[in-house]
Every structure is written in C-alpha cells, then in structure tokens.
Ligand binder design. Structure first.
Ligand code: ME8
Length: 529
C-alpha cells in the first residue's frame, strides 16, 4: 500500500482577488504535493476559500450583489488563477458548501455537548456603522480600524470555547513533539507571547454577524470564523458526513502550510479543538514567512513603485506559469521573509531559467542533433575522465539532498537550488569537455558519445525532479525524451535512456528578456488596467 500524504493551504478570504502572496503558499503546497507524487505516495492536496464573516458580507454589499453571487464570481476567478498557475489540487473546499456547513455545526454541537463550549457574554469595542466588534489592540488611535469612526463599549450574548484549559496540554505537545510546529522560532513565539501569559477562553459565536453558519441549537448565533474555518481541514475530507472515507484514509494531515500571521490559530486553537474532540492532531504545521512588496505584506499600490508589477494575472500569461512559480519557490528562503521586486523576477528568468537550464537543454539537444542525428548515444565508461565523476557526484548528491529538503522540512527553495546544482555543473561540464572540439576528431567519437550521453542523463534526472516545481517546461523536455510516466526510482539509475532512441527537437524554453524594456512595458500595461 502506498504511503499517504495529505497537505493543505490555508483557505483564503475571497473578500478581494487573490494576490501573489496567496500564490506563494499555494505554489509551495503544489510543488510539495507533486514531489510526493513522484515519490510514489498517495497524495491528497486541498485548498479552498473561507467565505463567512462581516468582511465578505460588506464586499458583496459594496459590489451590489448577494453574498453568493459575489462569492461565486470570486471563486471562479480564484480557480482560473490556480489553473493558470498549474495548481493540481485534489479538492477545493468552500466553507459555504453544504457538507461543510453541516459538519461545522456538528463539530460545534459536539464541543458543546462535551462541555468545552458554554454560553456567556462578549464585551468589546463596537463600531455601529460597520457592525463590527474590535479588541482594544485592534483599534487605531481608539477608532474603528475600518472606517476610522468612534466605537462604543458593547456587550452581546455569545458562546465561548474553553481554550484556557489547554495551556499545559499545548506546552506538553510542543515539548514531546518538536516536529509539530516549524520553524522552531514559531514555537518560542507561541509559548512566550500566548501560552505562558495564560490563554483566555475564546469567543466563538456572534449574534451581530449575520453572514455565517448558524449554531443549529441556537440559530440567532453564527459560528465565528475560526471554528468554521479551521474545521475545513477535516470537513473537506468528509468528517461528520455520510461519506467519510477520505477522512479515514488521509487524516491526520502530514502538514498544514500557512503564513506566519495565522500560526496562533493553527498551533493553539486548532490542536485544542481537536484534543477536545478526541481527534488526532496534524503531524506538522509550518508557518512560512512573508513575501514583501516594498517592505509590505500586501501588494497595495500605494507602497509599490509604478514599475512594479505584482499581478499574477499579468505576469503568468506574459512570462509563463513556470517563471512565476520559479520566483515564488526559489527567491524567499523558506521560513523567513523575503523581498519581491519585478526586477528580481526578470533577472531570475534570465540568469536561472534562460541562461542556466534553458541554455543547457538547448545546447545539448542541438549538439545531439548536429553530431548524432538526435539519437541517444552509447556510453563507454572506459573513456570517462575526472570531470565525469564530478558531474555524477553532483547529480547523486542532488538526488539525495532535494528529497531530504522536501521530506524533512518542505524547503522548496533549497530543494530547487539543489536541482539547479545539476544544471550549473552540466553547463560547466560542457565548457570542460568541449564536445564541439571532440566532434572534429574522429578518434574521439566514443568520448563524444559518452559526454553527450552524460549530459542527456543529467538533464533527464534534473528535469524529473524539476517537474514538481516547474511542470510545463519539464514536460516539454521529458516529452522530447519520450518519458511520460516516471517516479523517483528512475532518477536513481544514471544510465536509463535507451541507446538508439530518438530525441525530439525542442524550441526555446525561456527567451532571454531585456529587463529594462520589460519594466517599461509592464508599467504601461498597468496604467491601462
Ligand atoms: O488568513 N507572503 O486568509 P487570507 C506570504 N482565511 N504569504 C502570504 C502573503 C504574503 N505576502 N499574503 C498572503 C486567512 N499570504 C484565513 C485563513 S485557514 C483555516 C484560514 C498567504 O486570505 C499566507 O498563507 O488572509 C497567509 O497565511 C494567507 O495567504 C492568508 O490568507
């Protein structure tokens, strides 16, 4: 039986169109999911949308639509974006889906029946026009952070979850299970900032928010976002419904990958809810850092210079989904914050995709055509030199390292960099072995064969690993080599291609860009949007 692997993104708020920041987490999860498929695991990858709450109701109102009209449009747009980015999810959950609503209600009722939820009253700062409660710390200079108007002290009846009972259990969890929350810095943050000072019970319903899932035994209350949202990770598998086969098969999740600002909800509230329900905990929560745009988490136009383009709907059609996936996966050290600029993106396309990988493939394929009629040549290990061993060592190291980076820490950035070690080394191998010179000397024919074969096999191995990260260009290269189905065991054999097979021609994978000109064109395009 195949090993199971269940991975999730956060479910995003569709109160605005998804940004490059949402693409960041989703592409990481997609790459990890694809990589695990290559490792021959039985993978389930879920993403979706978090569709309740005041913000969504307001956005729909502003757009002059009903909530569902508004949401259906936003979700169609989100799915188009994921298709453009080649995101291969197994399930897209919407928290307005029927099965989710019923199952979230059951979760709430079970928590109530077990005595973990009780009725009391909620006191907070209330903005009457926005119909929103705020905590003291959310106010900006004492006023509503949304509309900047005065707030009043208000009390409303509400249900509370006994989060305060879980402090010690959570400390115990982090201590006994150091893999549960990564990176380690996030554990320190949870312990010092939240658990040690003492957890308060959590308000989990609102009577003032109408756009939410009603508590089935007290319907004037709606379930306040976090119980609704977090439970998606199990309701999406069918938990609490008639068909819970996916829940039985895939839960507990191998990992929830999320941004660092929602670690508190995932590493404190979610395990507490699961413990209360006697449900096993996810194996790992990874809180990654932020992609920063001009120092800001959101690509708001006011903080980003006019030559900056952060709209994936412009970038993907213009530069390919692979190019956008590449910058997202590679540029930001996984776990930390990192800056994105359009110039950096364009330079990466040139240096890594066009000059390194693209150039390697195009040089190798054109030499193969010129000297060997595009036929996979034989190899003769007796003609091998030191540089051949070095190349094979780099390949062997990358095979081990890439898998380790993904399996031990989901570190897509290091994994991708390790795959590119093969391409850099193979380009150097061409410089050192000079196949164009060998071709001029008939006595070197066998050596030329070996050199070209070693290049082809290095490209094959690197490209199979690359296919988890950049599926489109890898498919083109693997198609030329007539490789359709593959798994990680195929990269572990260096000589794998059949001698005498033909290799199909391949166009340019990544055209080189004039960065300055592109920046100007993007600025123009943005002016028109
Ligand atoms: O928080 N850099 O939804 P959300 C990196 N609905 N990641 C970014 C990013 C950036 N600049 N901007 C967004 C919610 N993200 C809740 C989640 S889960 C049960 C409920 C990513 O639409 C990152 O994953 O605000 C972050 O956690 C998520 O988008 C926030 O999405």
């Amino acid at each position: 039986m195949k090993e199971k692997f269940y991975i999730t993104t956060p479910i995003y708020y569709p109160s605005r169109k998804f940004t490059l920041g949402n693409c960041y987490t989703t592409v990481i999860c997609d790459a990890v999911s694809r990589f695990n498929k290559i490792l021959d695991k039985d993978v389930f990858f879920m993403t979706g949308t978090d569709e309740h709450g005041q913000k969504i109701a307001q956005a729909a109102k502003d757009a002059g639509m009903t909530e569902m009209q508004y949401l259906d449009g936003m979700i169609a747009d989100a799915k188009d974006l994921w298709a453009l980015l080649k995101i291969e999810y197994d399930k897209f959950i919407r928290t307005t889906d029927d099965y989710h609503v019923k199952s979230a209600q059951k979760i709430f009722r079970d928590l109530y029946d077990k005595g973990y939820i009780y009725k009391s009253s909620y006191q907070g700062k209330y903005c009457v026009p926005c119909e929103s409660f705020w905590t003291e710390s959310q106010l900006i200079e004492g006023k509503c952070p949304d509309c900047n108007r005065d707030v009043i002290d208000q009390e409303e009846e509400a249900y509370f979850f006994k989060l305060s009972e879980f402090g010690d259990k959570l400390l115990d969890l982090y201590e006994k299970n150091p893999e549960f929350l990564k990176p380690q810095s996030r554990v320190n943050e949870m312990v010092t900032n939240f658990i040690k000072p003492g957890l308060s019970d959590l308000c989990v319903t609102r009577t003032s928010v109408k756009w939410g899932i009603p508590v089935d035994f007290d319907p004037k209350h709606t379930i306040y976002v976090w119980i609704d949202a977090l439970s998606n990770y199990i309701t999406g598998l069918g938990y609490g419904t008639e068909d819970d086969s996916n829940y039985k098969k895939y839960w507990p999740a191998n990992v929830h990958i999320i941004g660092k600002e929602i670690v508190r909800f995932h590493a404190i509230i979610w395990p507490a809810i699961l413990m209360a329900l006697d449900i096993p905990l996810p194996k790992r929560i990874f809180g990654h850092g932020w992609m920063l745009f001009g120092g800001d988490k959101l690509s708001k136009s006011k903080t980003v210079a006019s030559c900056e383009c952060t709209d994936p709907r412009i970038l993907i059609p213009r530069y390919s989904s692979d190019a956008v996936r590449y910058i997202l996966l590679r540029e930001i050290p996984f776990g930390s914050d990192g800056n994105y600029t359009t110039e950096l993106f364009l330079n990466r396309i040139n240096s890594d995709l066009a000059n390194n990988y693209g150039n390697l493939v195009s040089r190798t394929f054109s030499m193969l055509k010129k000297y060997k009629g595009s036929i996979v040549p034989s190899f003769d290990e007796s003609t091998e030199e030191e540089i051949d061993k070095e190349l094979k060592e780099v390949v062997a190291k990358s095979i081990v390292d890439t898998k380790n980076y993904i399996e031990s820490n989901f570190d897509v950035s290091k994994a991708l960099s390790s795959v590119f070690d093969i391409f850099s080394k193979a380009n150097k191998y061409i410089e050192v072995t000079e196949p164009y010179r060998l071709a001029k000397d008939e006595t070197k024919s066998s050596r030329l064969n070996t050199v070209l074969r070693n290049l082809l096999e290095s490209i094959r191995i690197g490209t199979i690993m690359l296919s988890a990260f950049l599926p489109d260009c890898s498919k083109k290269v693997l198609d030329s080599l007539h490789i359709q189905n593959y798994s990680y065991s195929d990269v572990e054999t260096f000589y794998y291609l059949n001698e005498g097979d033909s290799v199909d021609e391949l166009g340019i994978l990544f055209p080189r860009l004039d960065v300055q000109k592109e920046l100007e064109t993007l600025a123009e395009i943005q002016k028109q949007v």
